[in-house]
Design a protein. Structure first.
Length: 273
């Protein structure tokens, strides 16, 4: 059964449907978001979830469709926060089920849509979703600002528990800039007020955006200091750095940690040169 503290959570206009794909990397599973203005005939579905390659995946997509189209609504737009398969693997099948186009920053992920660029506003759900470019976890990552709810859908840029990995197609430099920009957004104001909540791609809703982003920034700086110390202690390869810096972390997560270390080493080389 889906975790009831996550499944069905969200804000007035955004509802989470938790996919049944829990793992060490996906936490409780992938959060699919149904976004719509109350009373709107159209809805936006963000990150349909993993591929419908087994019964559970197909059941999830059909459940999302049932919830999204309740009350004679229709899915007007599918949006992908990035191209990792636990978020986008089911997009083509969900487009087939719903008849809706798929939009993303990466043209290769789009189906029947011109896609988006940062600053674009999506109104298919009757409310405004502003596209915010948030590269770092991956090069094509985007977040969606739902100003009416003072909420930001973050994909994998900020998780509901723990911290995000810098994937092979991401970069630490862009990620640090993204975190600083989101922190400025959280600490400033949007047209309708301040940012009150983060709606992540995995894990529970976060109700202290500024505090979470302060932690993320501090964590990244601490990890960089630890990597520098590991290099000074004689570590020469990413695996050797991981063995020192992530010694207390479950070894099943070391491959993901090594990808983050590679990103950290690339960042340090760029700042040293």
């Amino acid at each position: 059964m889906p975790d009831p503290s996550i499944d069905g959570s969200g804000s007035e206009r955004a509802r989470c449907v938790l996919a049944p794909n829990p793992s060490a990397m996906t936490l409780d599973g992938t959060n699919t978001w149904i976004v719509a203005e109350p009373g709107s005939s159209g809805v936006v579905v963000v990150d349909p979830g993993p591929a419908a390659s087994d019964e559970r995946g197909e059941e999830h997509l059909r459940r999302v469709l049932e919830l999204a189209t309740a009350g004679d609504r229709r899915v007007a737009q599918i949006v992908l926060t990035h191209g990792h398969l636990d978020h986008c693997g089911g997009a083509a099948r969900f487009a087939e089920l719903s008849g809706a186009p798929v939009g993303a920053l990466d043209p290769a992920l789009r189906l029947g849509s011109e896609g988006f660029t940062p600053g674009d506003v999506i109104t298919a759900g009757g409310c405004e979703l502003r596209v915010v470019g948030t590269p770092g976890h991956s090069a094509d990552s985007l977040s969606l600002l739902l100003e009416a709810d003072h909420a930001l859908l973050t994909g994998d840029t900020v998780l509901g528990r723990g911290t995000a990995v810098i994937a092979q197609d991401g970069g630490l430099g862009p990620y640090l800039r993204t975190l600083e920009e989101l922190r400025a957004l959280a600490g400033g104001s949007i047209r309708s007020g301040k940012l009150d909540v983060l709606l992540p791609g995995h894990g529970p809703v976060l109700t202290d955006p500024a505090g979470v982003l302060d932690y993320y920034i501090a964590h990244r700086k601490e990890r960089l200091d630890q990597v520098r110390a590991a290099l000074e202690a004689g570590a020469r390869t990413p695996a050797e750095v991981v063995a020192i810096v992530y010694a207390e972390v479950d070894k099943s997560l070391w491959p993901a940690a090594e990808r983050s270390v590679r990103a950290q080493l690339d960042y340090l080389r760029s700042t040293w040169s």
